[in-house]
Design a protein around this ligand. Structure first.
Ligand code: SAM
Length: 288
């Protein structure tokens, strides 16, 4: 194996466990002319571990434009470049997008060297549906903006996947609880591939309890996955989207008791299910 001149390699590196690196990634990192790293001090640990002595240059979100030009000039001189980030796959919530665009537009080859990615690892082991998902990266910092996103995804069929920091995980979880039905499945994947790796999966209520009752659960790096809306499950509970819509409208005008009474008459659905749904609709409205 060896690298090609005038090629930019996008090299995935470990997300915790240093052993999670491919043979091809090691070969490329050893043989390229220069490695562009998000944080050279951080990447030094990985390179030293594998006795890689290739020169590094810093490429981060604050110098992406100027450094892209510098790296492009290296390719023009026939050199090869590897891009790495602090962890996982470059460009996945990490720098690199302007560079890849520039290099492609200039007609040079860009080759991915695939490997770890935190959200893919989380999806593969969480037990939440993986056939359809939407990766949202980091959600907005404010509670209101986060809840607006949850409102949208609570009604979508795909699994919602996002990254979260230890500063916001508790607040984020309480936003989730305010918007989603408490029975919806959620998984929190924490410190993947590291010593304190923890992957929990259960109803929002159960996972919230685990998070609050154990301070250690609030530390480290997180991937959050929330099950999508399942029409079939909703129907199994006896109610359709139209039933819930009607109930919601009634609740804007009358008490829970009256709304449920009218909804039973109008939909022919079970009182118990309509009552449970009315409490859920009200709880969500109060949270807004
Ligand atoms: N490029 C990376 C990737 O491929 O996953 C993501 C970089 S992003 C700046 C960093 C975020 O990814 C963290 O805040 C955390 O949400 C998630 N993350 C990274 N490593 C993780 C790990 N070992 N366990 C859980 N989440 C992780």
């Amino acid at each position: 194996m060896s690298n090609f001149n005038g090629t930019l390699y996008i090299v995935a590196t470990p997300i915790g466990n240093l052993a999670d690196i491919t043979l091809r990634a090691l070969d490329i990192l050893k043989t390229v002319d220069i490695i562009a790293a998000e944080d050279t001090r951080n990447s030094k640990v990985l390179l030293q571990h594998y006795s890689i002595t290739t020169p590094m240059t810093a490429y981060h979100e604050h110098n992406e434009d100027s450094k892209s030009n510098f790296l492009l000039s290296k390719l023009e001189q026939g050199e090869s470049v590897a891009l790495i980030s602090d962890a996982g796959t470059p460009l996945i919530n990490d720098p690199g997008y302007p560079l890849v665009g520039k290099v492609r537009r200039a007609g040079f080859k860009v080759m991915p060297i695939p490997g770890p990615c935190a959200f893919v690892a989380a999806l593969s082991a969480s037990g939440i549906a993986t056939d359809r998902f939407c990766f949202e990266g980091f959600l907005p910092r404010t509670s209101g903006a986060r809840k607006a996103i949850f409102e949208i995804f609570a009604k979508k069929p795909e699994t919602l996947v996002f990254y979260e920091s230890s500063h916001r995980i508790v607040k984020c979880m309480s936003d989730i609880q305010e918007v989603y039905p408490s029975t919806r499945k959620i998984s929190i994947a924490r410190e993947l591939t590291k010593t304190f790796e923890t992957i929990v999966m259960g109803s929002i209520e159960e996972v919230q309890e685990l998070l609050i009752s154990d301070n250690n659960m609030q530390r480290g790096e997180f991937v959050v996955l929330i099950e999508g809306y399942d029409k079939k499950t909703a129907k199994d509970s006896g109610l359709t989207d139209e039933d819930i819509e009607l109930l919601s409208t009634l609740l804007t005008e009358c008490s829970v008791k009256t709304a449920v009474k009218l909804a039973v008459k109008l939909t022919g659905q079970a009182k118990k299910e309509l009552y449970k749904a009315a409490l859920e609709v009200n709880a969500n409205n109060e949270a807004d």
